[in-house]
Design a protein around this ligand. Structure first.
Ligand code: ADP
Ligand code: ADP
Length: 227
């Protein structure tokens, strides 16, 4: 589904150049659940941003099936993101002035879905993540775990084929984190490809494959066999 070939991402500073990614080769098949691990600063977020078309590699090729999407211009990338990718971040990134259901619906407004269909889909995903009873509340009225469930609902309401999660449980206690991981596992079992950055080995156990980065390079790529 996704193929990165010899991807590099350099950041040019005033004095030095930082190599965030270097010589990265990675193929991800449809339906995989990949955990990206490694020490702070090793390039995990950069890799996720490249996969999510939020960042452009300095070098290399990014293919999505047979499309060479790495070289697309921003307008086309943005359209592709909206259609095919759902993002979940550590800090939830909800809009405080909008209710829970409005936050989720926003993802569909960008996609020009008709209003009746929007309401149906928003209700469906709120049920799916167990947040329907909070539909009319505002983010500040919810716990962190609940806010992250809203963020997941927002990410999946457009039915993306790829979910990118950057430390999705980083700000949650272990019980709330477990709940989020169960939701991500369920989405993956239903066929959605998931790539997740995590520090937490416990979280990585939900994935079928672990990719370890060190200094911008992939140093380990382990597929776990079904037990
Ligand atoms: P990780 O997610 O593994 O902590 P990152 O992908 O955030 O690592 O960063 C990889 C390297 O690239 C780090 O050395 C970081 O300081 C550098 N870096 C990341 N983003 C930027 C940026 N916008 N400008 C300059 N350097 C950056
Ligand atoms: P859940 O398991 O459903 O995520 P939590 O254990 O996170 O629930 O929270 C239990 C209750 O306490 C919830 O109804 C939630 O709204 C409330 N709550 C928890 N933390 C906060 C917070 N920081 N601000 C407001 N309400 C909170």
């Amino acid at each position: 589904m996704l193929t990165l070939t010899d991807i590099a991402r350099y950041y040019q500073g005033p004095m030095v150049e930082t190599i965030a990614l270097d010589a990265v080769n990675l193929s991800i098949n449809e339906g995989e659940f990949v955990a990206v691990m490694g020490p702070s600063g090793c390039g995990k977020s950069t890799l996720l941003n490249v996969l999510g078309l939020l960042d452009s590699p300095t070098r290399g090729r990014y293919r999505w099936h047979d499309r060479d999407i790495g070289h697309w211009k921003e307008a086309r990338r943005s359209e592709w993101r909206k259609q095919h990718i759902g993002f979940v971040f550590q800090n939830f990134n909800l809009i405080n002035e909008l209710t829970i259901e409005e936050n989720i619906e926003l993802a569909l407004l960008y996609r020009k879905v008709a209003s009746k269909e929007r309401r149906r889909r928003v209700a469906d995903v709120m049920d799916q993540v167990g947040i329907a009873h909070r539909a009319r509340h505002y983010p500040a009225q919810l716990s962190g775990g609940q806010q992250q469930r809203v963020a997941v609902a927002r990410a999946i309401v457009g039915e993306p084929s790829l979910i990118l999660a950057d430390e999705p449980t980083g700000n949650l206690d272990s019980q709330q984190g477990q709940h989020i991981m169960d939701i991500l596992s369920g989405l993956n079992q239903a066929g959605t490809t998931v790539v997740m950055v995590t520090h937490d080995a416990h979280n990585a156990d939900h994935a079928h494959r672990t990719v370890n980065l060190f200094d911008g390079r992939i140093v380990l790529d382990n597929v776990r066999l079904a037990s």
